[in-house]
Design a protein around this ligand. Structure first.
Ligand SMILES: C[S@@+](CC[C@H](N)C(=O)[O-])C[C@H]1O[C@@H](n2cnc3c(N)ncnc32)[C@H](O)[C@@H]1O
Length: 474
C-alpha cells in the first residue's frame, strides 16, 4: 500500500444497501446481470457482497481493504467515491485511467459534489478539505467531474445524475442508453397461448405505430406464435389493430425519435447502422430518410433558442406560466410540447437529471432548467420545497440548493396549475383553491410564498386546513 498523506481508508463507510451509483446503473440497465463486474476502490466491499448475493459475477479491489484481489479486465467497472478522497490531481487521473483500462464495456464513476461542502467540516488543503479524522475530500462540480472523465478516457460521457458519469467503450452502447431515456419501451406482458401472444403484437403496434421487429419480440413469446410467417403476422396485425391508435403511435414514435436525435447532437450523432435497431425501425417507419429525421431534429433544436417560439410552446403546455418560466409537475411532463421536452433533455444531458424531483422549471427569459423536489406534493395542500437543482444552459454551470430543515421554506399554492387538466387530482386541488380564494387567502399574493407569511394569512382569515379542505379556526 502506498503512503497516503490522509487516512483515505477511513472514508470507506459501512452502508445497509447498494450504493446509489450501483442502484442507478442497475435501474438504467447499462449492463446485463451476467456481466463481469469489478468494483475498483471497493472500500469494505458491501456493493460487491450484495451484487454477488444477487447472483452476479462481482469482485472488488481496494489498495487498503482488498489489495490481493487480482485485477482482471471486467465488462463493468465501478469507481465510486474514490477520486474525491485522493489529494493529488495527477493520482486522480492515473486512478481513473487504470479503472478505464480495466473496463471492457462500461465504466461508472461517481464522486461527492460541491454542494455537500456545506455539511462537511475541515480545514482547507490543496483543492479540498482535511477533516478532523484526517480524511481528505475534494468536492466536484458535475461539469468538472464529467470533463475530467472525458479528458482521461478520451470518450464522450453521459451523466444519468449529477454525481454519476457513464463511459461506454462502444458508441453503440452509449446510443442505446440514450435511446432508452427518450424512447419509451413497450412493456410486454406474459402470454400463455397463441391468442394472447397475437394480442401483444397488436398492442405493440398500436403503441409504437409499427409492428415489432423479429428481434423486439421476447424469446418466450416466439414459440407461441408457431410458424407464423412475417407476412401472415403483418396481415393479422393489420386486421386487428385500431387505425386511430396506430396513428397516435406513429405520432408518439415520431416525437420520441426527434427528441432522441435532437439530444444526440450533444453526445455524438450515430451513423444509421450504429443506431439501436428499434430506433432504426422507427426512423424507417416515421420519416422519409435518416437525413430527413436529423434535419427535423436540428430544426427543433434551433427553436430552443427562439424566445417567441418557446413562449408560444409554453402557452400551449400544461403547467404554470409566470413572467419568467414554466413550472410543470413531473406527471404532466410527457404532455408538454416536444420542443420543451427537448429543452429539458438538453439540460439533463448537460448536468444530469437528479432523482426524486417532481417539479420542472423551464425559463423562457434566458435558458435554465431546474428540477425541484416537493416530497409531499400529493398529500400536503401546500407542499414545501426540499431542494432544487438547476443548470444554466449557456455556461453549463449547475447549482444545488437545499431548503429542507430550514425555517420558513418556500411553498406551493394552486397545485392544479402544475398538472395536466386531465390529471385525476386536479378537481380536488381546484376545489381547495376556490375555497381559499373565497375566504380571502389570496388577497396578499406577495406574502404567501413562504411558510411564515402563509401561516400569518391563515390566521388573519381565521381558517386552517384539514387535508384539502378549509375549516374555520376555533
Ligand atoms: C469513500 S471510499 C469508497 C468505497 C466504495 N467505492 C464505496 O462506494 O463504498 C474510498 C476508497 O477508495 C480507496 N482508494 C484510495 N486511493 C485509491 C486509489 N488510488 N485507487 C483505488 N482506490 C483507492 C480507499 O481505500 C477507500 O476504500
Amino acid at each position: 500500500m502506498q503512503e497516503w498523506s490522509s487516512a483515505r481508508h477511513r472514508t470507506a463507510i459501512g452502508r445497509g444497501d447498494l450504493s446509489m451509483p450501483v442502484r442507478q446503473a442497475l435501474s438504467d440497465r447499462v449492463f446485463e446481470t451476467s456481466s463481469s463486474i469489478l468494483d475498483y476502490g471497493c472500500g469494505r466491499g458491501q456493493d460487491v457482497a450484495r451484487l454477488s448475493q444477487m447472483g452476479m459475477d462481482a469482485t472488488g479491489w481496494d489498495p487498503f481493504f482488498a489489495p490481493d484481489t487480482s485485477l482482471v479486465e471486467s465488462e463493468v467497472v465501478f469507481l465510486n467515491y474514490v477520486l474525491n478522497v485522493i489529494e493529488d490531481t495527477n493520482e486522480r487521473r492515473d486512478t481513473l485511467d487504470r479503472a478505464w483500462k480495466l473496463s471492457s464495456r462500461v465504466l461508472v464513476v461517481s464522486s461527492r459534489l460541491k454542494w455537500e461542502l456545506n455539511s462537511a467540516r475541515g480545514t482547507e488543503s490543496g483543492d479540498g478539505i482535511v477533516t478532523s479524522r484526517n480524511t481528505f475530500q475534494h468536492f466536484y462540480s458535475p461539469s468538472e467531474l464529467r470533463t475530467l472523465v472525458e479528458e482521461v478516457t478520451g470518450r464522450r460521457c453521459v451523466s444519468p445524475s449529477p454525481s454519476v458519469v457513464y463511459v461506454f467503450r462502444r458508441d453503440e452502447d452509449r446510443f442505446a442508453y440514450l435511446a432508452q431515456g427518450t424512447i419509451v419501451g413497450f412493456e410486454w406482458t406474459d402470454s400463455q397461448d397463441y391468442a394472447s401472444a397475437v394480442t401483444e403484437l397488436v398492442s405493440f403496434t398500436e403503441e409504437r405505430g409499427r409492428p415489432p421487429l423479429f428481434e423486439e419480440i421476447p424469446a418466450d413469446l416466439l414459440p407461441l406464435l408457431g410458424r407464423l410467417s412475417r407476412r401472415s403476422m403483418l396481415e393479422l396485425i393489420n386486421k386487428a389493430a385500431s387505425p386511430e391508435r396506430v396513428a397516435a403511435g406513429v405520432k408518439r414514435s415520431t416525437l420520441d425519435t426527434l427528441l432522441y436525435l435532437g439530444t444526440s447532437i450533444f453526445s455524438g450523432r450515430a451513423s444509421f447502422v450504429d443506431l439501436p435497431l428499434n430506433v432504426q425501425a422507427d426512423i424507417r417507419h416515421c420519416f422519409k430518410s435518416y437525413r430527413e429525421a436529423c434535419a427535423r431534429a436540428d430544426r427543433l433544436l434551433a427553436k430552443i433558442r427562439d424566445d417567441t417560439y418557446i413562449r408560444g410552446a409554453m402557452r400551449n403546455s400544461p403547467g404554470k406560466l409566470t413572467a419568467s418560466a414554466l413550472y410543470v409537475h413531473r406527471r404532466a411532463v410527457p404532455k408538454i410540447p416536444v420542443v420543451l421536452r427537448l429543452y429539458e433533455h438538453c439540460g439533463s444531458i448537460a448536468a444530469g437529471r437528479p432523482s426524486g424531483w417532481n417539479i420542472l422549471k423551464l425559463d423562457h427569459r434566458g435558458r435554465r432548467v431546474s428540477w425541484s423536489a416537493y416530497p409531499d406534493f400529493d398529500t400536503d395542500p401546500h407542499p414545501t420545497l426540499d431542494w432544487t437543482y438547476g443548470v444554466e444552459m449557456t455556461s453549463l454551470e449547475s447549482g444545488f440548493q437545499r431548503f429542507g430543515g430550514r425555517a420558513n421554506r418556500p411553498l406551493l399554492h394552486r397545485k392544479e396549475e402544475f398538472l395536466d387538466p386531465e390529471d385525476p387530482e386536479v378537481e380536488k386541488y381546484r376545489r381547495l383553491t376556490a375555497a381559499e380564494v373565497r375566504v380571502g387567502l389570496y388577497q396578499n399574493p406577495t406574502l404567501i410564498g413562504h411558510e411564515d407569511g402563509w401561516e400569518a394569512e391563515l390566521q388573519r382569515c381565521g381558517v386552517s386546513l384539514r387535508g384539502h379542505r378549509v375549516i374555520k379556526r376555533r
